[in-house]
Design a binder for this molecule. Sequence first.
Ligand code: ZN
Length: 266
Amino acid sequence: MSAAPRAKYLLRFDDLCPTMDWAAWEALERIMDEQGVQPVLGVVPDNRDRKLMVAPAAPDFWDRVRRWQAKGWAIGLHGYQHTYVNAEPGILRLNKQSEFAGLSYAEQHEKLRLGLSLFEREGVRADAWIAPAHSFDWVTVSALNALGLRVISDGFAFGPYRDSQGSTWVPQQFASMRPMPFGLWTFCYHPNGLSPQGIETFRRSLEQLRPGMISLAEAVALGRRPRSAPDRLVGALRMAVSGLRRMGKPQGKPQGKPQGKPQGKP
Ligand SMILES: [Zn+2]
């Protein structure tokens, strides 16, 4: 690519916690350091999800989080304990499981407050909200607003926008990198279980898209506009795709592992 790329890209990683897959993560972190990109990291404040316990706990986990933030990487609040309490799909309707959607304002506010106070105790600033399983509702958004967290990494649109409550949504559309003609596209990876081949594909894709990579702060600065009609089209197309996929799968297993979604695992 000789001309400046018109599309902008953002990398996001979910499920960072003390017992994550450190071998895969350290390889990814080296690649991003070498290529000078600034991703968004979804950190679980107090992980209780056994599916995210895949390696011995790193005793220096919070030191690592503070170092990531110190080098300009954004830290997202990825739920509270990453435990699903119901089968609510929330606003985005991607996965039928949630730690937040469907709960009362008081319950959601309390979980968010506890998560944020753990961050605060560890000297970490929450730069964005990253819902486990992409499942949250407008009650979550209100509670986040009340707690001062007004950036959401999720949703479908061609670029960042501001909702009627004053929160900025930085859309998250794909599970892996791909070139796009225009817009802002967030690619959400899950380091746990990423194979050496997957990491090599990541490196090659990043070399290609790196000129268009921006930080979360730069993405938020692009979000001073309401959600547009074309943005809604992205959501409608995405709903149609996930509806078709759902039709091809057995129904009635709300607690099952959501597999094969375009956005990957929760
Ligand atoms: Zn997650």
